[in-house]
Ligand binder design. Structure first.
Ligand SMILES: Nc1ncnc2c1ncn2[C@@H]1O[C@H](COP(=O)(O)OP(=O)(O)OP(=O)(O)O)[C@@H](O)[C@H]1O
Length: 220
């Protein structure tokens, strides 16, 4: 589902180029889950952005569902994001003029996969039933995070990229949300790549990789 091959990325800084990722390779098959850990600033979000085609690699290739992300036109990468990839990023990017209910359904409607029963189940499991008529600005950070998760999962993406999806949640809610991710992956056969600072949550995923000084180390 996901093939990352010898990907490198650096950013310009006043002190010269900062090599954030150095020849990173990684494969993730459909139905598999992988936790990506690493210190703050080690390049975890950068790697997710490259996979999603939101930024360009300096070298190497990324393939999602057999399609090459790298070297494609922006419109093509946007299509891939819409149809195949589900993103839960640190900025939740909820639509401020839409209610929680409409935000939850937005992505699934956009890609023609709106299933009311599935969405109702996600809404219940994310504890959002009482909030459907509110607007994003009326929610706490953790509630916004859960809406962003529901919106992504409702669209049944084949590849889920989640950047600290439980970062704003207390431990019990974080555990319940991870249960939901894992159940959805089991049911849909999607692949899940999740960034987390929690070793405890990372251990619940099928594979664990650690990013340090630009290199990826497999821990299982
Ligand atoms: N657009 C950019 N321009 C310059 N430097 C950048 C840019 N984006 C990221 N960086 C730098 O690249 C490094 C990796 O950042 P990244 O956000 O990927 O880290 P991270 O591992 O996700 O961190 P955190 O756990 O704090 O979210 C950092 O040193 C950051 O300052």
């Amino acid at each position: 589902m996901l093939e990352i091959y010898q990907v490198s990325k650096s950013f310009p800084t006043p002190q010269g180029p900062l090599a954030v990722l150095q020849s990173i390779s990684l494969n993730l098959a459909a139905g598999n889950t992988l936790a990506l850990t690493g210190e703050s600033g080690s390049g975890k979000s950068t790697l997710l952005h490259l996979v999603a085609g939101l930024d360009s690699v300096d070298a190497g290739t990324v393939r999602v569902g057999g399609e090459t992300v790298t070297g494609r036109a922006d419109a093509d990468r946007a299509r891939l994001r819409r149809t195949t990839i589900g993103l839960v990023f640190q900025q939740f990017n909820l639509l401020p003029s839409l209610t929680v209910g409409a935000n939850l359904a937005f992505q699934a409607r956009l890609c023609g996969r709106h299933e009311p029963a599935h969405l109702a189940d996600l809404t219940r499991r994310l504890g959002l039933d009482g909030l459907l008529d509110r607007y994003p600005e009326q929610l706490s950070g953790g509630q916004q995070q859960r809406v962003a998760i529901g919106r992504t999962l409702a669209a049944r993406p084949q590849l889920i990229l989640a950047d600290e999806p439980t970062g704003n949640l207390d431990e019990a809610t974080g555990d319940a949300v991870l249960d939901l991710f894992l159940d959805e992956v089991r049911a849909s056969g999607a692949a899940l790549l999740m960034v987390t600072h929690s070793e405890r949550l990372a251990a619940r995923l099928g594979h664990q990789h650690h990013l340090s000084q630009g290199r990826l180390e497999s821990r299982s």
